[in-house]
Design a protein around this ligand. Structure first.
Ligand code: SDX
Length: 427
């Protein structure tokens, strides 16, 4: 169903079609606006801009709803597996038992990386941030795979997609091993995708490594919660890089670079660092005051969201998973108690209520990841590992979208108008 929106510009009326999706806000199709009116729209941060059509993920920020190909995140987290969700995001439907087994087989046959890729790690200082290593090494994959980079060949696109999903855990584990000075472990394809990652990360050649099924399940659920999230900053980065026809491995490296920022995927590391800085619940009011102080750049990390003006449904599952992991490991952590208290105080504070600031996916994730044994510097690497599935699905959708062309926004120019060069002796 389409209506029209009428713009009155300089006394002239211009009609633009209003398009409706299957659910969610309509869009005003303004593709002809500049050609007809000579004016651009202005939307820094794209707060009111739809950059594309997509069938992959739907978010209702007011209701706190997140659907992947129509399936609610809570159901997928409870009943599905990360590999099944990866198949769903890539192909649009939940796999049959045979399709899932075939997908698992295909992915497991791409888990090893080229032996020369290991030499890229040696160039980094041991104390390099693992995200810096991920940017470099994932980008380097573009130098190794020339047989799967004709992005207009669906077969080659799928090979590149499978290689990225399969190799990202291996590279993530290698980044961790390099940072702690331990040898890399090769993948063991007798394990699940997530079990394999845990073994490559925490196993050592000197002794067998037993995957703890409860931790494997919790980690797999954490990957599901981070798999995709509509047109967030890093996904938009991957789409924009991909719109020029760039090598898919280089596009994912661009996504990793964007995800690293503390306002985005880097918030999980920043949130745990903040909780440690707060320390005990009696210091919470001091930090709440700072978060509300316009003159203080400090923000409550893990709180707020561009889209969710309600509780992030992923944070709900994450908090539940914290309790399960703590019970399994028979541990407690005062930081979790501080996080719960901080959430309670913030959600009852008029500032947070008025601005609709709720915990997001990053608020509790660090507490679990720390309990499982990951250093904070690895938290965003784990986010990138899981989000690679979403980036790959969105990249494929972008390439096959007939509406898509190279992304090239315009601007509102406020610089100097034309002027003549003045020789240095006359300035
Ligand atoms: C992720 O887009 C996605 O989908 C991202 C993600 C995904 O899965 O891909 O969900 C993952 O990135 C989650 C967000 C992780 N980031 C953080 O937790 C960092 C802390 N949060 C903020 O930096 C902020 O909330 C953002 C960046 C997440 C959203 O910022 P917006 O949409 O640009 O909103 P804004 O900065 O304009 O904030 C609106 C108001 C502002 O006050 P006013 O200028 O209107 O007076 O709310 C305030 C902000 O100052 N505000 C906060 C706050 N977040 C927003 N105040 C204190 N603490 C905060 N955390």
């Amino acid at each position: 169903m389409t209506d029209t929106a009428t713009f009155d510009l300089a006394g002239k009326n211009f009609d633009y079609p209003v398009l409706s999706g299957s659910v969610g806000p309509d869009v005003v199709d303004i593709r002809k606006l500049y050609g007809q009116t000579g004016a651009f729209t202005y939307d820094p941060g794209f707060t009111s801009t739809a950059s594309c059509r997509s069938e992959i993920t739907y978010i209702d920020g007011d209701e706190g709803v997140l659907l992947h190909r129509g399936y609610p995140i809570g159901e997928l987290a409870e009943k599905s597996s990360f590999m099944e969700v990866a198949y769903l995001l890539l192909n649009g439907e939940l796999p049959s038992a045979d399709e899932l087994s075939g997908f698992n087989h295909t992915i497991s046959r791409h888990t090893m990386v080229h032996e020369q890729l290991a030499t890229f790690f040696r160039g980094f200082r041991r104390d390099a941030h693992p995200m810096a290593i991920m940017c470099g090494v994932v980008g380097a994959l573009s130098a190794f795979y020339h047989d799967s980079t004709d992005i207009h060949d669906p077969q080659q696109r799928m090979i590149a997609s499978h290689r990225l999903i399969a190799k990202i855990p291996t590279i993530a584990a290698m980044a961790y091993k390099y940072s702690v000075g331990q040898p890399f472990l090769y993948p063991d394809n007798s394990l699940s995708y997530t079990g394999n990652f845990l073994r490559m990360t925490f196993g050592v050649p000197a002794e067998p490594y037993e995957v703890n099924p409860a931790i494997e399940r919790a980690m797999d659920r954490i990957f599901i919660l981070h798999a995709d999230h509509e047109q967030n900053a890093s996904t938009s980065t991957v789409r924009l890089a991909g719109s020029s026809g760039a090598n898919p491995f280089a596009c994912m490296a661009a996504g990793i670079a964007c995800l690293w920022g503390p306002a985005h995927g880097g918030a999980n590391e920043a949130a745990l660092n903040m909780l440690h800085e707060i320390g005990t619940p009696d210091r919470i009011p001091e930090f709440i005051a700072r978060a509300k102080d316009k003159n203080d750049p400090f923000r409550l990390m893990g709180f707020g969201h561009r889209v969710y003006k309600n509780y992030d449904p992923r944070a709900t599952v994450m908090q539940k998973t914290v309790r399960e992991v703590f019970e399994t490991l028979n541990v407690s952590d005062p930081v979790f108690e501080t996080a719960l208290k901080l959430e309670e105080i913030a959600l009852n504070d008029p500032y947070f209520i008025e601005k609709k600031l709720f915990p997001n996916v990053d608020f509790y994730s660090g507490v679990i990841l720390s309990a499982i044994g990951f250093p904070t510097s690895m938290f965003t690497v784990l986010f990138a590992l899981a989000r690679t599935v979403g980036w790959v699905a969105q990249w494929n959708e972008m390439i096959t979208d007939p509406d898509q062309k190279i992304g090239r926004p315009r601007q509102l120019y406020t610089g100097p108008t034309q002027r003549s060069y003045v020789p240095v002796g006359e300035r």
